[in-house]
Design a protein around this ligand. Sequence first.
Ligand SMILES: [Zn+2]
Length: 304
Amino acid sequence: MLDAICTYDKAHPKTYSIFEFKLLPEPEIDKLRYSLLCPVCKQKAYFRRASKDGKQACFGSRYHEKDCEEFNPSASKSEEQKQVAEVELIVLEQDSLVIDFRKTVISRKKSSQTDPAEQEQEGQEEPPVQQGSLTKGVQPSKSNKEKQKSAGLDEENNLPKVSKQGLAKLLTSLLRGSSLASSDLWIYTSEKHKWRAKNLFVNIKDAEPTENNAPRMYWGTISHADKTLNWLNPAEDRCVGLPISKYRDQLLSRFDIEDPADVEGAGFILFGKCVLSKDKKRKYIHLWGNDLQYFYLSKVREDS
Ligand SMILES: [Zn+2]
């Protein structure tokens, strides 16, 4: 459970995310923890602190109704929750994040067909990160806050903690409404280029040409494609189109797309620039360098 309803103030019940709740002052937690309910079935819930053996803080309930979706989440949902939680933790506890575009390519192939358990292992099998000033200080996200504090490092010159994440996980997190989209986290799109997350990630409905044609990381969902699969049309704004013909064949093969229906409802994220059509009525998002490493598509799963 990522959320719980707190009824301590009976007149004004408040929904807490686990990420907020676990950061409350100790006495506050102890005051509120008896008044937690499952957000779905409204049964009694509990809060569990992060454990020494690495389990994250969580909400749970032993009293879920049998049909409560929190009680019996589908495999894909719990995998999704795990990914969202992971990114949320980075936003809260770290200064920066490196987008590992290579990882996106690898994980896509596996994730389209394998079960979540295998995806989980995948993270552990990650090849070692590249050496360099940027990644030297990589630490697991659960590393303690004390170190972070005592380091007190200058964000421009020293990067005490750097997580690497692929586009797949970032997309899941954005689609689930995480705080990533509005956060001040530094995001590295290369060793040299960094952006505040809130300036980099742009939902497709807000896409506008930028000064100097600077790229952004556009994300959203696909409504449909044209019959020839040369255009993807985002659901959020019918005036925006993704022309994919320059990398179409690669894209179709990488994401196993045979039919326009395969992309309906898919989530997408791409690094690219937004340009106006000649008549200025439409906006197009051009993939950066037509390089497919900057594009990730998450098709609707059979089981969701
Ligand atoms: Zn429940």
